[in-house]
Design a protein around this ligand. Sequence first.
Ligand SMILES: Nc1ncnc2c1ncn2[C@@H]1O[C@H](COP(=O)(O)OP(=O)(O)OP(=O)(O)O)[C@@H](O)[C@H]1O
Ligand SMILES: CC(C)(CO)[C@@H](O)C(=O)NCCC(=O)O
Ligand SMILES: [K+]
Length: 259
Amino acid sequence: MLLAIDCGNTNTVFSIWDGERFLCTLRTSTHHARTADAYFTWYSTLVKHYGIEADITDVIISSTVPRVVFNLRVFADRFFGCRPIVVGKPDCLLPFTPRVDEGTQVGPDRLVNTAGAFDRHGGNLIVVDFGTATTFDVVAFDGAYVGGVIAPGVNLSLEALHLAAAALPHVDISKPQKVIGTNTVECIQSGVFWGYVGLVREICERIRGESGQEMKVIATGGLAPLFQQAADLFDTYEDDLTMHGLTVIHRYNKENGAP
Ligand SMILES: Nc1ncnc2c1ncn2[C@@H]1O[C@H](COP(=O)(O)OP(=O)(O)OP(=O)(O)O)[C@@H](O)[C@H]1O
Ligand SMILES: CC(C)(CO)[C@@H](O)C(=O)NCCC(=O)O
Ligand SMILES: [K+]
């Protein structure tokens, strides 16, 4: 069985796979100081709760936070006796070579999203991921990551307003009924919500223009459905895209003789 781990700057998600069959997802916040033993305590409690007979033989990790990788490696070695594949490390094979400026370290989550989206949809895609940052990954005709866009995440923008302006409260994102807010909370929600609708539309339009291609837009991340409610921004929404990408890269490494 495969344990696929996606560590973002905010949240860490584990998913367990029996071959192609998805078994469960476990989610926790990302903390660089969490030890291998602490991961196992959390993991084994939840696996037991879900009644899963998990016999993990393989682990793959994508982490946008370099510091957490050490403890996750120890976790994989100590509790499952295996050496994980870590996306972005030289010994992890990718189904494509990113076409970016020399020396650029593309976020592993973006490489994983690219692999997952190409596997499901073929090439000429824009993948929009609403995580800590809002990222746009451009996937070429042949499945290569060829660049993209990084914008501040939705929750980060809300938090930044609250932190920087003494009179602005913390506000949760939601779809406002109108553009013109008549109280502070509505004004903030309007700015961030409609601002992101415009941002997504404009960036996708410009990517299509620059590529000279029609491109399908695939959205992932918890907040994507909220934005889709407001406007026809995406062709599809796939909440499991990153996890699927991890299984694609894992399979590719197995088939191509990686350790
Ligand atoms: N249905 C939902 N409605 C509102 N907010 C949601 C929903 N699902 C998830 N969220 C929130 O959306 C945010 C984005 O979630 P997501 O898991 O895509 O990224 P993240 O974990 O915040 O980012 P990263 O992967 O960079 O750590 C999270 O703060 C999450 O709590
Ligand atoms: C942009 C984030 C933070 C999104 O999770 C991550 O992909 C990352 O740290 N990227 C490194 C820089 C890059 O992707 O070009
Ligand atoms: K994510």
